[in-house]
Design a protein around this ligand. Structure first.
Ligand SMILES: N[C@@H](CCC(=O)N[C@@H](CS)C(=O)NCC(=O)O)C(=O)O
Length: 209
């Protein structure tokens, strides 16, 4: 297996944390997104969507979405379970993971990619150019505050995002919160349950990856 990573980007970070939680070592190659290496012919041949993370398998299969990569690793290395211990938990982990991707990570990306000079003409990932739409950045900031409120609410009834065990849903939420810090969106004093959870999970060694 080979893992295509970029240490400065949030999506591959989720896989790095997942690998560390499981104690899996894998050959890794850095793709320098800042210099545009994702658009090189060599990387395009691996992932025509020009995104990381990617995990290539020994039979040549290419996995290019965080959820697919983690699902595969979970089945290959079931211990410790990071995607739920039974059918009910597994479904909840996927459910929360998808919600956090759509409501949290996508909201931060909407802001960053539609307002930063560095993403001019690259408002969406991939080889096709898209111009920035400043209104999407404004909308993303509103969505982000709502996302923080929803997570605070969820963590007022659960120890971890998807229940009483640490899972991929926590990894995705943690990365989304740290990504949001780029925009100075913070947990604040009022979101006490989100704050309690964040202080606890950030102590896990894997989360420094
Ligand atoms: N839905 C994808 C998202 C992957 C993604 O957006 N990766 C970003 C880094 S966080 C990327 O490769 N960006 C390339 C670019 O900005 O051109 C996944 O879950 O893996």
């Amino acid at each position: 297996m080979k893992f295509y990573d970029c240490t400065t980007a949030p999506s591959p970070r989720r896989v790095r944390i997942f690998l560390a939680e499981k104690g899996i070592a894998v050959e890794t190659q850095q793709i320098d997104l800042r210099s545009g290496e994702q658009f090189s012919d060599a990387f395009r041949a691996i992932n025509p969507d020009c995104t990381v993370p990617v995990l290539t398998l020994d039979d040549g299969t290419v996995l290019s979405e965080v959820l697919a990569i983690c699902q595969f690793l979970e089945e290959m290395h079931p211990e410790p379970p990071v995607m739920g211990r039974d059918s009910r938990e597994r479904a909840l982990v996927i459910m929360w993971n998808v919600k956090i991707e759509q409501q949290g990570l996508a909201a931060v990306a909407e802001v960053v990619r539609n307002q930063s000079k560095g993403f001019k003409s690259r408002a969406l990932t991939g080889p096709q150019e898209f111009e920035q739409l400043p209104q999407l950045a404004e909308r993303g900031m509103i969505r982000l505050e709502l996302f923080f409120d929803r997570m605070d609410n969820q963590l007022s009834v659960n120890k971890y995002v998807a229940g009483d065990a640490f899972t991929l849903a926590d990894i995705t939420a943690f990365v989304a919160l740290e990504f949001a810090a780029w925009l100075k969106v913070e947990i604040g004093e009022n979101r006490k349950d989100l704050g309690r959870w964040f202080e606890e999970v950030r102590r896990r060694p894997a989360l420094s990856k």
